[in-house]
Design a protein around this ligand. Sequence first.
Ligand SMILES: Cc1cc2nc3c(=O)[nH]c(=O)nc-3n(C[C@H](O)[C@H](O)[C@H](O)COP(=O)(O)OP(=O)(O)OC[C@H]3O[C@@H](n4cnc5c(N)ncnc54)[C@H](O)[C@@H]3O)c2cc1C
Ligand SMILES: NC(=O)c1ccc[n+]([C@@H]2O[C@H](COP(=O)([O-])OP(=O)(O)OC[C@H]3O[C@@H](n4cnc5c(N)ncnc54)[C@H](O)[C@@H]3O)[C@@H](O)[C@H]2O)c1
Length: 447
Amino acid sequence: MGGAFDVAVIGMGPGGEVAADRLINAGLRVVLFESGLIGGECAYWACIPSKTVLRGPEVRGEANRAAGPGDTGLDWEQARDHRDFMARHLDDGNQVAGYAGRGAIVVKESARLLGPGVIEAGGSRYGAGQVIIATGTEALLPALEGIGDITAWTNRETYTTPVLPASAIIVGGSAVGVETAVFLAGFGIPVTLLHRGPTLLGREEPRVGELAGEHLRAAGVDLRFSASAVRARKEGGESVLELDDGTQARAAVVIFATGRTARTRGLGLEEAGARLDGRGNIVVDGQCRAAQGLYAIGDVTGTLSFTHVAKYQGRIAADAILGREHAANYEGIPRVVFADPEIAAVGLTRAQAEAAGLLVSEVVVDLAAAIARPWTYERNPRGEMGLLLDEENQVLIGAWAVSPLAGEWIHFAALAIRARIPLEVLRDSVPQFPSYTEGYLAAFAKL
Ligand SMILES: Cc1cc2nc3c(=O)[nH]c(=O)nc-3n(C[C@H](O)[C@H](O)[C@H](O)COP(=O)(O)OP(=O)(O)OC[C@H]3O[C@@H](n4cnc5c(N)ncnc54)[C@H](O)[C@@H]3O)c2cc1C
Ligand SMILES: NC(=O)c1ccc[n+]([C@@H]2O[C@H](COP(=O)([O-])OP(=O)(O)OC[C@H]3O[C@@H](n4cnc5c(N)ncnc54)[C@H](O)[C@@H]3O)[C@@H](O)[C@H]2O)c1
């Protein structure tokens, strides 16, 4: 027996780390299991490396668009070295030592449940009063004929590659597909993006997807809509995809950005009394409880697959274990795609609001026509935003922006939605001049 603990955390990505941190700080005896690297997908293969390599092309674009700096150039080796530093050179030694130094037991093994509160890992058994599952997701590849013959990458190869591919096909036009296209096109790599639907980012307002497409095209990305690969093969060193419209796409690598699947296989969840939904995610209640003494947090719950949500659920579960129970509230959580310009959204889309039976009004604002900041910011100002109002209650229920810095100023709408701030109060607020946030006043005036 590996020992008896108050809490076991299985999976130490951002969700598991935040929960563990809070529980250790509260003085509980905690055992942590991690089969890969402490920090999870986010720290090594997803958020951190992607946002690091996106920054160089973004600054170059800003320098070109602002009056004065001119072209800054772009150095892949420097960007790559900083990415590798940010991703800790795929070494979590400091994290392991840090947790151990704070009194936690760290087990770098794959863990599984043998029953409620009983865990097996690396040939040892551990007992814990409460267990938190935070095992995240892995990339989901389509069952495509010939996929084994081509150079097929996921986010893992894309965001650890020492050398940029000569050209790339990206399959999937959601967050990973769009960000990866912006990254590679920004470094001058020819990119073809295949998307099954009619507009990118299918979960957002159609106008958001349209604008994302316009900006990607302007960056030189070859966008193919309503296109699906039916067969893959290698030809003359290149990877070739045959599409359902009879055409082909070819490139040095094919990057699959086709979604994720929860890592629950072999975890022994049934033995511990947990249930999976139809998409294979662990079903949880408002406190992230999956069964008596068992919690699940982060991507493995399929709630909203973002690091900030995994961290939030880590706080929710830890607080429940510490007797400070409060239910999670998922209203007003921002969704940002780090494209150029940034694409940000929060709350409901019009279709979702109408499906919920709400009477809504909607407004779209061309920021360059409405406020000063886009003009002081760049020579050819860009930016559009939209708001969705619940007519009956006169509160904001949705917002989006495709604009420089949108990932920052979307938080004004996020708070307004979460706190249900009356439109009357929002109209009477005073944002800084000149800022993109002034766009909200222009939008309120039109509502
Ligand atoms: C390319 C890309 C870019 C992204 N960019 C962003 C972004 O900018 N912002 C954002 O908010 N989100 C982003 N995301 C999403 C974000 O990465 C996830 O929402 C986040 O990592 C979820 O955290 P998690 O703790 O639930 O799981 P993960 O980060 O997946 O961590 C789970 C951990 O559990 C471990 N594990 C699994 N099974 C076991 C087991 N049986 N025993 C022990 N350990 C186990 C794994 O090794 C892993 O370390 C991005 C995703 C991708 C793919
Ligand atoms: N900035 C951020 O916060 C950020 C960035 C990247 C990813 N993420 C999160 O990570 C998660 C994964 O993102 P994702 O973009 O990989 O997944 P996703 O599930 O959001 O989108 C997958 C896309 O691939 C398409 N697809 C699936 N199978 C296909 C096929 N065979 N052929 C063509 N297209 C196919 C789907 O239609 C969909 O558009 C998401 O929840 C996302 O929110 C967040």
